[in-house]
Design a protein around this ligand. Structure first.
Ligand SMILES: [Zn+2]
Length: 551
């Protein structure tokens, strides 16, 4: 008996196993009858068997005997494939950034524990993305009875129809292969979701015609959950689900049966359940029935990116800025990316914005797309290279205002004004990071001495640079923004807008609504601050009294 006989590994002519032999356990194996679960690593070695997709129940049975993996439950399948990925060091959740030390280990543990789990987090924290990535932990395809709505296993069918077919057709029962993508069902919970949507309904006409008892599964019209049998069923915003549906879910999870219209229906489903919820809704008393909560093995808290750097990586991955354009590739300088990202950080710390609903990562993602578009538009009009600058950040206002819920004070200020406040605070924060040690005095003094600069929203960069040349020392500051002194005009013009906007945001100079820059109104220390001025005059002291410089 070779070490691999339990999984019938293909061997080459020297008797060595083909494929990678990194983790196949060289120990006594009780044999396929007692231990039908194959480890994935063995399976990877036995490529011949796994590539085989038998098309009848008889052929399938024989393939299983020769080592085709077969799992008791979908949770075993997820666990086995997860272990194989951990062993091979393969990236587990590609594209999920910033969760390596927090969410990902907890998620792995939940899957290893074979738990149903819930992701608790505010909007835009990649919860849905995580759930969808679970699909990658399923086998590429599984054998099913063709036409069965609940994807019955041809070797162990659940529904009466398939059992009857298996009895009649025996080894000739046809087998179809269901791709893993088909095994993920997702539902957004809303208060109007019914038992019929979720679990199913009894069709009395079907029952009457076939002379069956109501409650027999043949009289069922299956809902989403039974259709997710042998797969993953994800419910977003679980607390929005009506109590009686939560009871139904619990009964299915716990007992494998449920009452529909008063008739007991037996459904021994094999489903991995994953949920998401807003933490406050989830913990609020009475929102989730206790027995269902008890059946959710792990609660995993998601969070927003902890650092601006991580957040920028997420935005860069998700946003569509690298686009084909007649104007050429849109360049978005790092300080513009930082400002856009910082707007979201400012919004999350802003007391006039509702903290319970959060500020999604979709804010910087859609904002940077609009920034790029505005730069593209300007470039096409002026026939120059598109380089994003501060004018483009302001032009992205329509993608910012809808991304947060306002508190009462925020409503008084209005979404547009609040968004402008956020941009200003973000610019101040990023500007300080770049220019803290730069000497901007000559520029500020020029404005204090009565100088004024009127910029155009969509004008060419050459004109902007020409205007900037009047201000002593302004163009000399361009390299401090990370832009080369000899860089093309559009890049230097972008840096100039960053410097001017930064000086305005840190209150060294003033600016009118139509981008006219002039001396700071508060430049004279004797002049008292207007009493009616909103509290945002605290820039760059950040909302909440917390200084949030570089993350
Ligand atoms: Zn069936």
């Amino acid at each position: 008996m070779t070490a691999h006989s339990h999984c019938r590994i293909q061997q080459d002519d020297r008797g060595l196993p083909t494929g990678i032999a990194h983790a196949c356990l060289p120990m006594e194996w009780p044999g396929p009858a007692e231990m039908p679960v194959m480890t994935r690593s063995c399976m990877l070695e036995s490529t011949m068997v796994t590539r085989e997709q038998p098309l009848t129940a008889g052929a399938l049975r024989s393939a299983v005997e020769r080592g085709l993996p077969r799992y008791p439950t979908v949770k075993d399948e997820l666990r086995t494939n997860l272990i194989a990925k951990l062993q091979s060091g393969e990236p587990l959740f590609p594209g999920i950034i910033g969760y390596d030390d927090t969410v990902v280990p907890q998620l792995i543990n939940a899957l290893l524990s074979k738990h149903n789990f819930i992701l608790l987090g505010l909007r835009g924290q990649a919860k849905t993305r995580i759930l969808r990535s679970l699909v990658d932990l399923l086998d590429p395809a599984i054998p099913v009875v063709p036409g069965c709505e609940i994807h019955d296993d041809p070797l162990a069918p659940l529904c009466s129809a398939c059992r009857a077919r298996a009895g009649v057709e025996g080894d000739d029962l046809p087998v179809a292969w269901l791709a893993r993508e088909e095994r993920y069902v997702e539902k957004l919970a809303t208060p109007d979701v019914t038992i019929a949507d979720m679990l199913g309904d009894i069709d009395p006409i079907k029952a009457a015609r076939s002379g069956l008892q109501l409650g027999d599964d043949l009289t069922m019209h299956y809902g989403l959950l039974p259709r997710a049998n042998r797969g993953i069923f994800a419910i977003n915003e679980l607390p929005d689900l009506a109590g009686k549906i939560q009871v139904g879910l619990f009964n299915i999870l716990q007992e494998g049966d449920v009452q529909i219209k008063g008739y007991p229906v037996r459904l021994r489903l094999d489903v991995m359940m994953a949920f998401t919820a807003n933490p406050e809704d989830y913990t609020a008393r009475g929102k989730i029935i206790t027995p269902l909560k008890d059946r959710i093995g792990s609660e995993i808290r998601t969070h927003y990116a902890a650092t601006r750097h991580q957040a920028m990586a997420i935005t860069e991955q998700e946003a569509w800025t690298d686009r084909p354009s007649p104007a050429g590739a849109v360049q978005v300088p790092p300080y513009v990316r930082e400002v856009v990202e910082e707007i979201a950080f400012q919004a999350r710390a802003e007391r006039r914005i509702d903290k319970r609903s959060g500020v999604s990562q979709r804010l910087p993602i859609t904002a940077i797309e609009n920034v790029a578009s505005n730069a593209e538009r300007r470039a096409i009009i002026n026939r120059e290279t598109p380089v994003a600058g501060m004018v483009d950040v302001h032009a992205a206002l329509p993608s910012i205002t809808g991304k947060f819920e306002l508190e009462y004070e925020g409503e008084l200020r209005g979404a547009d004004n609040l968004a402008r406040d956020l941009i200003r605070a973000a610019v101040a924060n990023v500007f300080i990071g770049y220019f803290e040690n730069a000497d901007t005095r000559s520029v500020v003094e020029w404005f204090d001495a009565g100088g004024a600069l009127q910029l155009e929203d969509s004008g060419p960069s050459a004109r902007l640079l020409e205007d900037a040349r009047q201000v002593p020392g302004l163009l000399e500051l361009v390299p401090t923004a990370g832009v080369d002194r000899k860089a093309p005009g559009p890049a230097r013009a972008s840096a100039v807008t960053f410097i001017l906007e930064g000086l305005y945001a840190t209150k060294k100079i003033s600016r009118s609504d139509d981008r006219g820059y002039h001396a700071a109104e508060a430049s004279s220390p004797r002049r008292p601050r207007a009493a009616a001025e909103p509290s945002f005059e605290d820039v760059p002291q950040m909302p909440g009294g917390k200084k949030k410089y570089y993350n």
